[in-house]
Design a protein around this ligand. Sequence first.
Ligand SMILES: NC(=O)c1ccc[n+]([C@@H]2O[C@H](COP(=O)([O-])OP(=O)(O)OC[C@H]3O[C@@H](n4cnc5c(N)ncnc54)[C@H](O)[C@@H]3O)[C@@H](O)[C@H]2O)c1
Length: 389
Amino acid sequence: MNSPTPAEPGAARPVVAALVGCGGIARSQHLPNLTRAPNLRLAAVCDLNAEAARSAQADYGVPHMTTRFEDLLADPAIELIVVATKADFQVPLTCQALEAGKHVYVEKPLAETPAECRQVVAAQARHGKLVQVGFNRRFAPACREARRIAAGRGGPTNMYFRISDEYWNWGRGNPPGQRVIHEVCHVFDLLRWFAGSEAVSVYCASARADDEIYTLKFASGCVATVMSSGEVTCDLPKERMEIVTREPGALVLEEYTELRTYGCRGEPPLRRFAGHTHPDSEFTHKYLFEKLGAEALTAFRRLRWELREQQELGQLDPADAELKKFMEQSFPHVNYLVDKGWRAALEHLADCIRGKADFIGAGPRDALAASALARAAIESRTTGEVVRL
Ligand SMILES: NC(=O)c1ccc[n+]([C@@H]2O[C@H](COP(=O)([O-])OP(=O)(O)OC[C@H]3O[C@@H](n4cnc5c(N)ncnc54)[C@H](O)[C@@H]3O)[C@@H](O)[C@H]2O)c1
């Protein structure tokens, strides 16, 4: 494959990237972000499914498409490969890319087991390239601000995180009980990042599959509870975090749109964060999140839920073309309206590749730590005991 020859050498040159895996996360985030970030240039897309690669190429004006991953490896112009397949392929593809001298951005969970994550830790050590794992929430503006404030107050001592959704239906190919590996891994990473410390123990109490709580203790003394449920409703905001800081005070983060501070001298009691735009969608939500924060988010969720209720009850006029279009519109899903740092994470990696920033993203060792926590939580669920790490 002949990728376009890079423009003049130097730090200002965008990083030439390729994407493998043109499915859900690619279409909702990586394709729009890779084609809009000023420091990146998407040269090629790859998918085993030719139609998926072809439509990604056509929709985003990507110069090349292929169904053969080796084509990306063989192209010397490609510097970065973004891997967004599924956990079963992400480790071999990442290792091959590293061997071929490419930097890698790979989606979470890096793998389903700590042993597989270790393969990437070792491959990175051998080849010395950058590997960033898609724990993008570290780059959400609301999280960065909350972490800055918490760190300035002696760090967190007690954290609570709710991650709840309705979409987590395991008819999509994953067996029940694995939400902790595939979804809660984001939260384990975020809690480690906020605590600035490693978890030393975890306890899991399960109500039913994929509806449970985890209690963590960190080496720093900080404790955390995660409430995870794949059985909620889209009417409820998906993610909420509460933090008690060592110096008396607290922070509450509502789904990346709003950060409230309590008793934190010098900090405004409320900050709001604009949402995340997508070129295929309108952008009203971004303006509304900036102006109204969680209130706007809640209204978006309620609107979607109410319309779906009315649709199920046969109360919507099937001849209403406008409404039909709105209901069938797959993008943006409300979970993707907020800014969870997807684009900033990619832009950061490109800056690191050009030597403009020191790497502060999540690497393979962070993926390994999250994976070990998920496995320990499953062990605790089975034995009913606290598991020490
Ligand atoms: N960071 C986030 O917010 C976030 C959100 C959703 C999904 N994800 C992660 O992204 C990854 C992909 O999830 P998805 O929902 O997009 O999956 P998906 O099934 O919708 O898409 C995966 C695509 O990869 C292709 N593929 C699979 N194996 C391949 C291979 N060996 N070579 C080339 N193409 C291959 C498939 O044909 C498919 O088109 C998962 O690891 C998931 O956990 C991350």
